[in-house]
Design a protein around this ligand. Structure first.
Ligand code: PSV
Ligand code: MN
Length: 388
């Protein structure tokens, strides 16, 4: 029997972090479609993130990407966020958009370029000090396109040296999240291609280095929930970048392509007792809304995570264990599927009502007039974009 009161408590405590760049214009390499009302400044991105929190009640922090969100006064930016009811979350670094990084950033054969890249990572820690952020998120586009282009093993040594210097600069309450991705932009070999590589570097670094799983960064068919449960067992899972994909790193709304996979991931989180924010996992979104309105899409994404979580919490774990222990394959699978096939929308609607929220966050956002207001107000200036 599932304890419904405990399920509700867990859902109320759940938090999802939204990414500043998802509020900006984005697209593919073929075309970026500009949308009316898109933020021009980091403050406007934070204001949009605050709307997602206002209607969902669980999106209380927003991740920044440096230099896309560079400002003169990060203390003031952090106060602006607090005044809007949200906090600054992870600081994402960017060592992939400078001409110098054509052959790599921290793994570049040129020591001068490696220095420049590492200095950027250290600068991001300064920003964490000023914003009170706990997490430094690292993703390296580093890799090579052709066999023989550079020495794979030397590149690992250069990576390890930069990570060590960065890790040693972290404060006692700060953490490093190392994200992996199997290809793109490098096509032959990527320097942090998979969870194993990230995990090995994190072990070498120390307790405060953990792996970030971006759900769009695996080869098709990869069993992501296995990675989740393995890393949890090793206490090395630090964060998610949630999104969904049909083909490559599509960055579509989480739960849109494969809600069953999201449920399986959240089940391993629940089974590992790792859902509560006190466990320390940052459940972040990393998405691009190229053709749909951004704020309601992000609200929908947060709801998709909530729905998958509610279903995972509804799994009758006693019944599941009994079936598993007795080797009843069909019953074990049925227990899991019963939870997955439960319509949790009424439960979440009533939870929102209890919290003083509208039961239908997307409809409430649409009625709020915010979309019309930003469309009318945000005229002139330069719209923020993924990469600007
Ligand atoms: C790389 O594809 C990535 O997932 C990293 O998290 C980047 O920082 C982010 O995308 C930018 O959108
Ligand atoms: Mn990511």
């Amino acid at each position: 029997m599932t304890d419904l009161a405990a399920v509700k408590r867990a859902l109320n405590a759940q938090r999802v972090e939204t990414p500043s760049w998802a509020y900006a214009n984005s697209g593919t390499r073929f075309k970026v479609f500009a949308q009316p009302g898109v933020p021009r400044t980091p403050e406007e991105k934070i204001a949009d993130a605050a709307q997602v929190h206002r209607f969902t009640g669980i999106a209380s922090s927003v991740a920044l990407h440096i230099p896309w969100d560079k400002v003169d006064d990060y203390g003031a930016l952090s106060r602006f966020a607090t005044d809007n009811g949200v906090e600054i979350g992870a600081i994402n670094t960017n060592v992939f958009q400078d001409d110098d990084y054509k052959l790599g950033s921290v793994t570049n054969p040129d020591p001068g370029i490696r220095r420049k890249a590492t200095d950027h990572l250290l600068e991001a820690i300064d920003i964490m000090d000023q914003t009170g952020s706990r997490d430094l998120k690292l993703w390296f586009s580093d890799g090579i396109n052709y066999p023989g282009q550079d020495d794979l093993r030397n590149r690992q040594d250069r990576l390890a040296a930069a990570l060590r210097e960065t890790y040693d600069r972290l404060g006692a309450d700060q953490r490093m999240l190392l994200e992996y991705k199997f290809f793109e932009p490098a096509f032959y070999a990527t320097d942090v291609p998979d969870w194993g590589t990230s995990y090995a570097h994190c072990i070498e670094l120390g307790d405060r280095a953990t792996v970030c799983i971006d759900t769009g960064h695996h080869a098709p068919g990869t069993n992501i929930e296995f990675i989740v449960t393995f890393l949890l067992r090793q206490k090395k899972l630090g964060a998610f970048d949630f999104n969904s994909r049909f083909y490559a790193d599509d960055d579509l709304m989480v739960g849109a392509a494969d809600p069953f996979q999201l449920f399986r991931i959240m089940y391993e989180i629940v089974r590992g007792e790792a859902l509560d924010p006190s466990y320390g996992i940052a459940f972040m979104l990393d998405q691009c809304h190229n053709i749909e309105r951004k704020i309601p899409a992000i609200i929908r994404s947060v709801m998709n995570v909530q729905e998958a979580t509610a279903k995972a919490l509804l799994v009758d774990r006693d019944a599941l264990k009994r079936a598993q222990d007795s080797g009843d394959v069909l019953d074990a699978n049925a227990v899991l599927m019963d939870a997955y096939n439960t319509d949790v929308r009424p439960l979440l609607a009533s939870l929102r009502e209890d919290a003083g929220l509208d039961p239908d966050p997307v409809a409430a956002y649409r009625r709020s007039g915010y979309d019309e207001k930003i469309t009318a107000d945000r005229v002139g200036g330069t719209q923020a974009g993924w990469g600007a």
